[in-house]
Ligand binder design. Structure first.
Ligand code: GRG
Length: 297
């Protein structure tokens, strides 16, 4: 697809997603305070990269991405729940997220926990509501199982637990990668696979796209670590490794900033290469890959 037209399409799918997220919370039969807390974080200005991966995978298979909007919304709800819980005083204890007060700062800790719980559970309900003509029972089971695995103990929650336990330890590169692959990589991977499952992809394509998502997930995390260092240097004149208040292992700390940039380039190149092997029209997936490589927030 030609660049300008693709950008128009991306805007259109993003709008569809925003409408779906808003209406699915509004329509809940639930206390308005809880709905307000859920909507607050859902609409706080995330980049929506996971939903975009669902749409882009469907586009690659020549399917209508709009038919993936319910799945895309479900994944974004799981992502939003994870951020609300990650910010809690018992976890990262953050006051700000995307430049705004965190959920518990606005609604209190108990309501923030419940908003996260409600977003997580609602995501599975949403998948159950996908019209049969867009996903029959077999696809819905694959989506539910895949989302649960990506988000749960052997995916994101497990990665978060390993991350907590790895704090203040010197991790090896392999340990750091394993944490990130679970903590953030698995949900990114599932986003690509969900769009592919909805499109009826065969196992060969799923394997290639899973490899694509592996490299994209690591690139996403490395870019995040680089942004943290560059942000710190700009704001505080800090140097890599000089932040004694935070001993977390990061790519720049293990590889130097230059080494982290090289690792980012490597994973972006590998991700692009995998797309080339699919034999599909991957211009939308490539666009997201470029976004991950160059993003500034
Ligand atoms: C609490 C169960 C539980 C899990 C938390 C994803 C996660 C696991 C924590 C987020 C902490 C963090 C900063 C992880 C690094 C990866 C990352 C940058 C996540 C944020 O994802 P984006 O950039 O967020 O897609 P936006 O704001 O764009 O939605």
């Amino acid at each position: 697809m030609e660049g300008g037209l693709l950008n128009e399409k991306i805007k259109e799918y993003k709008q569809l997603l925003e409408n779906t997220l808003r209406s699915s919370v509004q329509n809940l039969d639930a206390p308005s305070s809880l709905k307000e807390a859920m909507a607050y974080s859902l609409e706080a200005g995330g980049k929506r990269i996971r939903p975009m991966l669902v749409f882009a995978a469907m586009d690659a298979f020549g399917k209508n991405p709009a038919h993936g909007v319910t799945t895309a919304a479900a994944i974004e709800m799981v992502h939003t729940y994870s951020l609300i819980h990650d910010d809690l005083p018992s976890m990262d204890n953050d006051d700000l997220r995307r430049g705004k007060p965190t959920n518990h700062k606005v609604f209190g800790e108990a309501m923030a926990i419940l908003a996260g719980d409600a977003l997580l559970t609602h995501s599975f309900e949403l998948i159950g509501t996908i019209p049969d003509e867009h996903a029959g029972a077999d696809k819905k089971i694959k989506l539910v199982t895949g989302l649960a695995k990506a988000a749960g103990a052997s995916g994101m929650v497990g990665g978060q637990a390993a991350d907590m336990e790895g704090e203040d330890k010197e991790l090896t590169l392999a340990e750091l990668e394993s944490i990130h692959l679970n903590k953030t990589g698995r949900l990114l991977e599932f986003s690509v696979l969900a769009g592919s499952i909805l499109s009826g992809a065969d196992q060969e394509k799923l394997t290639i796209l899973s490899r694509f998502a592996y490299h994209l997930g690591l690139a996403f995390q490395i870019r995040d670590d680089i942004l943290d260092v560059e942000g710190d240097e700009l704001a505080l004149g800090k140097r890599v490794g000089s932040d004694t208040a935070n001993h977390k292992s990061t790519y720049p700390r293990l590889l130097t900033l230059e080494g982290a940039k090289q690792a980012l380039d490597h994973h972006i190149t590998m991700a692009r290469e995998q797309l080339g092997l699919t034999g599909l029209n991957t211009s939308f997936l490539l666009e997201i890959t470029e976004m991950v490589a160059t993003r500034n927030s």
